[in-house]
Write a protein that binds this ligand. Structure first.
Ligand code: GP9
Ligand code: MN
Length: 413
């Protein structure tokens, strides 16, 4: 009955954190450029392979942006689509299947929908078949006005590799689409070249592969480096077109690129054994937030993709205190250090809990004390509450009829 929704609502209310007054509305009416970086994990940032930087552009860009170095992906089997889901709804994806397929008929209160209502033009850009991950259907549910997919790009033999259009060409052609969009816009770009099995043409290889007996790990580095170059050219183009200063640019990694099947070569590369603790720490993905006029800095709060929605809305000066969601503004002064992964692992300020073991972050060794105990229920609750919202399509009963206040209506069954 409706009490289920009331319980979830109470939990969300109790955990809501007020936005930082310094940051709230700081980017009001600016464009939002959201970039999903395929399979990009944090370990490549400020790192080298064969003595060469893997992400020279991002390493520079970070210096003039906010960089979150303890930011985790929270995806499950729905991979890229799960990351889109969690980022735009501040709800967890499901433990099985892809919510983009299983619940595209639900009611959601996603960032594109909220921003559309505030006068933003909203678009997703991805040079793949529109029905991949059921995006064409789900994007309507999320409130997108336009999906620039395969037919909106000139794709040929020359500018394709692996899964499809090369990132450099994708971004270059996408700028033409951006130019024709009404302002302000919320535009999401999904890169593709750095996708397993990390195929790349010789001419696009800016660095040499790693050398181990694991081809996947070896080839990962040159494709990451290639996307880094594509991003550099894209940002330059935004500057040339006069779009840079009017846009908040947010880059994040969608999910891991190197699975646990490659622990041996990864141990070699990292110079440390990939234990379950290290494996959980490898679920960090980069999050870079560039705000015009802001110097930025590195922020080490433990956080996840679930936190992006309230963060973006607050930067634009839009309140979220009546939204049913599980994330916390990344700039909120008293935000807790916390991220729960979809497999139930969780990370706090000093601990990592994974595979039923609580690890001390500094030593990487099991902590026999009760440090993780207090977060176990929170982790379980959040995932369960989020699942209930999705399985029960509970946002149907959670209306904001006048666009301002929360109102719980009707019964849930
Ligand atoms: C495909 C792209 C990659 O359109 O999003 O999908 P993935 O396999 O990473 O989910
Ligand atoms: Mn992906």
């Amino acid at each position: 009955d409706g009490s289920e929704l009331a319980e979830i609502d109470n939990y969300v209310r109790a955990n809501h954190k007020e936005p930082s007054s310094d940051m709230f509305g700081i980017a009001k009416n600016k464009n939002i450029i959201l970039i999903s970086m395929e399979s990009t994990q944090s370990f490549v940032i400020n790192n080298t392979v064969n003595g060469e930087e893997v992400t020279p552009f991002l390493n520079d860009f970070i210096k003039e942006s906010y960089y979150f170095d303890n930011f985790y992906h929270q995806t499950g089997q729905g991979k890229t689509s799960d990351s889109e889901f969690v980022v735009e709804n501040s709800l967890y994806p499901l433990s099985r299947g892809a919510v983009f397929f299983t619940h595209s008929g639900n009611k959601f209160n996603a960032t594109p929908k909220i921003l559309s209502e505030k006068g933003y033009y909203t678009a997703s850009l991805h040079a793949n078949n529109k029905s991949f991950w059921n995006r064409d259907i789900m994007y309507k549910t999320l409130g997108y006005k336009r999906f620039y997919s395969l037919p909106d790009y000139e794709v040929n033999e020359e500018n394709s590799v692996g899964w499809g259009m090369k990132d450099v060409d994708f971004f270059q052609q996408s700028v033409e689409h951006l130019k024709e969009m009404p302002k302000p816009f919320y535009a999401k770009f999904i890169t593709l070249t750095n996708h397993f099995p990390f195929d790349l043409d010789e001419e696009d290889r800016y660095i040499e592969p790693y050398t181990s007996n694991d081809k996947t790990v070896n080839n990962y580095f040159p494709t990451v480096r290639y996307t880094d170059e594509a991003l550099k050219l894209f940002i330059q183009k935004l500057k040339d077109e006069g779009l840079y200063d009017d846009s908040v640019i947010i880059l994040y990694g969608d999910h891991y690129g190197i699975s646990e099947n490659h622990n041996r070569a990864m141990s070699e590369y990292l110079g440390t054994e990939v234990t379950p603790f290290v494996s959980a720490q490898l679920q960090r993905v980069p999050l870079i937030v560039h705000i015009p006029g802001q110097k930025g800095g590195t922020i080490s709060t433990v956080s996840g993709q679930i936190d992006l929605k309230p963060t973006i809305l607050h930067l634009l000066g839009i309140e979220t205190k009546n939204d049913l969601e599980f994330g916390t503004d990344l700039f909120a002064k008293d935000r807790p250090d916390f991220a729960v992964l979809r497999d139930g692992s969780f990370i706090t300020k000093n601990h990592v809990y994974t595979r039923e073991t609580c690890y001390d972050k500094i030593t990487g060794e099991p902590d026999e004390g009760s440090a993780c105990q207090q977060f176990m229920e929170k982790s379980k609750n959040e995932l369960e509450y989020s699942d209930k919202i999705i399985y029960g399509d509970l946002l149907r009963f959670y209306g904001r009829p006048d666009g301002t206040g929360k109102e719980i209506t009707g019964k849930t069954n």
